[in-house]
Design a protein around this ligand. Sequence first.
Ligand SMILES: Cc1cc2nc3c(=O)[nH]c(=O)nc-3n(C[C@H](O)[C@H](O)[C@H](O)COP(=O)(O)OP(=O)(O)OC[C@H]3O[C@@H](n4cnc5c(N)ncnc54)[C@H](O)[C@@H]3O)c2cc1C
Length: 628
Amino acid sequence: MTGVQTGRGDIKAEVVVNCAGMWAREVGLMCGVNVPLHACEHFYVVTEAMEGLSPQLPVLRDTDGCAYYREDAGKLLLGAFEPRAKPWGMEGIPEDFCFDRLPEDMEHFLPVLKQATRRVPALEDTGIHTWFNGPESFTPDVRYLLGEAPEVRNFHVAAGFNSIGIQSAGGAGKVLAEWIVAGHPPVDLWDVDIQRVFPFQGDSRYLVERASEALGLLYAMHWPYRQYETARGIHTSPLHERLESRGACFGEVAGWERANWFAPAGVAPRYEYSYKRQNWFPYAAEEHRAVREAVALFDQTSFAKFRVQGADAEAVLQRICANDVGVAPGRIVYTQWLNPRGGIEADLTVTRLAEDTYQIVTSAVSALRNLTWLHRQIPDTARVAVTDETFTTAVIGLMGPHSRLLLGSLVEENLSNEAFPFGWAREITLAGVPVRAQRITYVGELGWELYIPADSAVRVFDALADAGPAHGLRLAGMHTLDSCRIEKAYRHWGHDITDEDTPLEAGLGFACAFDKAVPFIGRDALLRQKEQRLTRRLVQFALEDPAPLLYHNEPIYRDGEIVGHIASGNYGHTLGRAIGLGYVNHPDGITAEFIRSGSYEIEVACERIPARASLRPLYDPENERIRG
Ligand SMILES: Cc1cc2nc3c(=O)[nH]c(=O)nc-3n(C[C@H](O)[C@H](O)[C@H](O)COP(=O)(O)OP(=O)(O)OC[C@H]3O[C@@H](n4cnc5c(N)ncnc54)[C@H](O)[C@@H]3O)c2cc1C
């Protein structure tokens, strides 16, 4: 960033903040920055004076009625966040638009007004003094867009305030100012970080469609696992039709349609939302059992994959990765990328494909963030190229104790522990297709991830599906992947580990190679932390009562006092109870004995449920099943 050109001359500036409200998308486009937001019409009415209305009346939000109320100089203001909004400004927003009003639309507002007369019966006898309609910008996930843009250094964004820009202004301004001064966010702000958005979301047609849903989500029920209904089908795996015809219920992440669970024959693959067990619970339990007792197939194509290639690839990655990636070709390394404060920026695997070539695999949601981090750490003089192979490579996960038999029935290569140990990658041929098999797992079982040229993925899938029944193969979805990983206490970036958590706090110290020749980013901060006592540690919890569920944010009690909250939760079907991961905090330091000696409860829906706490995974702590 060097400055801004205006009609009245140029302004030099090292840092520029795009806070142009509903014009922010267009301002971003001026310098190639994607700011996906779209204006929608926002309606409110102000009644005639109402007798007895106190200026002290608190703001009332009636989420079921899609309405909010507040006193306004003796009158009542009633605003709407209706389920289907009216996008505005599709032809661009006039430059001279300033505090203007849009035409009224009584027909559109009437359902909310009708409902409002039930909540506030006095409205029946009170006239409407003002009908107001004004535009405001909405983002695809109804969260703001804050922070430094991935495309341009020192170009910051503070936009997309989704109708809560006034109430959010103080906090958003404060953290952005601190972000600019320090060069990093002052706390974990991933929820609102502009690095979470993808290029496809800048498309105006996508935005028009999604904005119509986004406005209503402000007041809609925040069901667990709730899926967007608009602007779907952006990225589909080559296996999409195969999975769909076998009962897949899809959910969306980073634009990818992913099979979340599979409905058996005769059951519609549709969510029935609830805070209790949802309709897919028993089907996911069956998928989970297949992973643990037979073999399951996961479509993991949405994983982001980057190839890092060149004479300096090892040197560059040794600095970025906390673990040692100076390994033999064929080795897979689990590692974190840390910031200089020791916080976890990324959690991924790095496979050395050749002396000068590595493949990085990370989650779909973190793709752009991780790619940006990688590019920004590569010195200008380094001889290395980064290629995004996400869309050219499909991934099938074959997981479970029968995976070796099933895969072995289709390939000539030796899959024994001696020939193909855990943590290695090998080229194999499956159904005539060259496939890279990686012996690695996110579910804690014997298994392989198969990296397949996207155009041949269906052929490989068909071969596995044909041979599968003899080995008890079942298709499994993302809910099962998550249920299995939480039993094994595998961390999930964004929930269990973020840029303000260190590997030592998260129990990932084993993945930090302190002694390797190239010191990794964050090493000094970790060494300093090692000298002190840890005051927080990530702990796995299992509820004693098998009935309640955990999602996240449930308070953790130790000996009757709140010591933290659940960072991620799911039902562990093998352990037969809800499992959660969460940080336990204690200012005087936390030892294994401190964790062991406490008595724990997790609060679920206002009820404290006794829980067992463990620093070691409750499922297969010795990794015997992975070694197969
Ligand atoms: C009817 C209505 C009711 C609302 N009620 C509430 C409420 O009760 N509580 C609440 O918290 N929020 C409310 N909001 C939302 C709130 O008003 C917005 O979220 C907030 O104003 C957004 O602030 P902003 O600074 O991002 O954008 P804006 O306030 O729109 O400011 C953007 C500025 O950028 C300028 N600009 C644009 N392009 C350029 C350019 N190229 N060069 C220079 N300048 C440019 C514009 O002129 C404008 O001044 C309401 C919105 C509406 C429409």
